[in-house]
Design a protein around this ligand. Structure first.
Ligand SMILES: NC(=O)c1ccc[n+]([C@@H]2O[C@H](COP(=O)([O-])OP(=O)(O)OC[C@H]3O[C@@H](n4cnc5c(N)ncnc54)[C@H](O)[C@@H]3O)[C@@H](O)[C@H]2O)c1
Length: 502
């Protein structure tokens, strides 16, 4: 009885006493009065929001907390115990959860490199899965996740919660009903200050962390890391994270793609930028920041008749001289995280998760959309209905939106071999056609970098190649190096299967 709460013990005993052959959902239903048994996997920052969601929904019992950091798991378990009256089991290795028949659903807020494998293992074991964005660390993982969800008939929701926000749903309906005329172009923005994460070096892994399990599918770096802060800052190291285009980005690329009515990958991508400006920030020309993802990036996605641009700015974001964006965001300063849709008769702007604004062509407000709904509850609704079409953010949407980050990052990574002066970059982009004014976007980006003290002669911009992409085969037909970057080398036994082998 040591590991079971009294309450679970009573129900388990009742089931056993009744001689019931029970498994999975049924087993848990017998154990806990029909409540959905949840295991939270990854109890760090975002894990806290998952925890609150499960504790706040009367349909669920939070039975297990998995974290490779025992302190993180214990502190979340304390909170859960206070709220629900019994303590969830604490587990270090997620594979234990997949064997546990009392668990019906898992929700995962691990670092990105674990998302897909965790989701696939869970669905293979018959669990439904709520997986944080980006749903994959590379393109092929997303395809494999979709295959697993369909093969095992599981419900798989992605943590792009804007999909459940009435503000965004109503804005998208408004756009698609012609509210701002014809719309073929959208710009996603992640203007969000990200200071240097500290100097590149060898730092010890905290003693309370199982680093083998933390590393999982990624290379094991003989337990040391190269960043000062162990948790969270992995976002800015490619081995584990995808930079801000894969962190904040999937929320906005998802809204942009949704509003544009695009249900496929782009046919080409080009991306430029770099990890710039931290020498100026530290007033040290020799300073090397521990991150290797871009903090400044512009990616241009061509869908043939439609186009999306996604901009990341991690340096000082006081862009009060950008009159158009200031007006559209109703803000002259600070972070700008959102999406601008450019229509033939006006604009629609997502200014926050639960707020969007429609303007006429003269930038007069014509409509505002406000409100958000519980994205976790939407997942549970679909778990109950057993229909993945009831999800607002099914895994396929997550895959298409996460892939935008991967596509841009592939172009930019290749571009790191080819840094360009401002003149070269300007000339290069002038040869590339898109529905955006490519030159205006580049010049705005350059101005932003210069304003932040970046010496572009000394630290030039990386200019990625224009890469053609085959949306069906998910390969770059003319670039083998780029195609190889659609997956990664996995470290056994943490190997994410390909879609045909799930
Ligand atoms: N939807 C949103 O709005 C939103 C907001 C923030 C973060 N996120 C996403 O949530 C994820 C987590 O972000 P975070 O800020 O909480 O990071 P974090 O580093 O603070 O937390 C990650 C936690 O996962 C644990 N972990 C690592 N490997 C594990 C494993 N194999 N099994 C179990 N636990 C493991 C870590 O020990 C840590 O406690 C990211 O993918 C991020 O993109 C989403």
């Amino acid at each position: 009885m040591s590991k079971l709460s009294r309450r679970q013990f009573v129900h388990t005993s009742a089931a056993a006493g009744a001689g019931l052959a029970v498994s999975g959902r049924m087993a848990h239903a017998v154990q806990s009065n029909e409540k959905i048994g949840v295991a939270l996997i990854g109890a760090g920052g975002r894990g806290g929001s998952h925890l609150s969601a499960w504790l706040g929904d009367k349909r669920t019992d939070l039975l297990t907390i998995v974290d490779v950091d025992e302190k993180a798991a214990a502190s979340r378990a304390d909170a859960a115990e206070k709220s629900q009256g019994f303590r969830p089991k604490i587990v270090t290795d997620m594979r234990e959860v997949f064997d546990d028949k009392s668990i019906d659903v898992i929700s995962t807020a691990t670092p990105n490199h674990w998302h897909a494998l965790c989701g696939i293992w869970a669905m293979q074991a018959g669990k439904d899965a709520y997986i944080e964005k980006p749903v994959s660390h590379n393109i092929h993982e997303g395809t494999a996740l979709i295959a697993a969800a369909r093969k095992y008939d599981r419900i798989c929701q992605v943590g792009t919660q804007c999909r459940s926000a009435t503000a965004q749903q109503e804005m998208v309906d408004f756009i698609q009903a012609g509210g701002i005329g014809e719309v073929n172009f959208a710009r996603g923005l992640c203007y969000k200050r990200r200071k240097s994460i500290g100097a590149l070096g060898d730092y010890a892994v905290p003693g309370n962390v199982d680093f083998n399990l933390w590393s999982g599918p990624a290379a094991y770096t003989d337990p040391k890391v190269t960043r000062p802060r162990f948790h969270y800052d992995w976002h800015w190291q490619r081995l584990y994270g995808n930079g801000d285009s894969g962190n904040q980005g999937p929320h906005q690329t998802d809204v942009a793609r949704w509003g544009l009515g695009i249900d496929t990958h782009p046919i080409s991508v080009i991306s430029y930028g770099g990890r710039l400006g931290y020498q100026a920030e530290r007033k040290d020309d020799n300073y090397v920041d521990a991150g290797d993802t871009p903090n400044t990036q512009v990616s241009i996605y061509d869908y043939g008749d439609k186009c999306m641009v996604f901009e990341t700015r991690g340096l000082g974001v006081d862009n009060s001289d950008d009159a158009e964006l200031n007006k559209l965001f109703k803000s002259t300063k600070g972070n700008k995280i959102g999406v601008v849709f450019y229509g033939s008769n006006g604009y629609c702007v997502q200014v926050s998760y639960g707020h969007s604004i429609a303007y006429d062509a003269d930038m007069n407000v014509i409509k505002e959309f406000k409100g958000a709904k519980d994205h976790f509850a939407n997942f549970l609704d679909a778990v109950e209905s057993r229909n993945y079409k009831d999800l607002t953010a099914d895994v396929r949407e997550g895959h298409l939106s996460a892939s935008l980050s991967h596509l841009g990052n592939i172009s930019l990574a290749i571009g790191e071999q080819k840094k360009m002066s401002v003149k070269e970059a300007t000339e290069h982009l002038s040869k590339i056609k898109s529905l955006d004014d490519n030159d205006a976007t580049l010049q705005r980006t350059i101005k932003h970098l210069e304003k932040n003290g970046v010496d572009l002669e000394k630290y030039p911009i990386a200019m990625g190649p224009l890469l053609k992409f085959d949306p069906e085969k998910e390969i770059f037909p003319e670039n083998e190096v780029a195609t190889a970057m659609c997956t990664r080398e996995y470290r056994a036994p943490f190997v994410c299967p390909t879609a045909d082998k799930v």
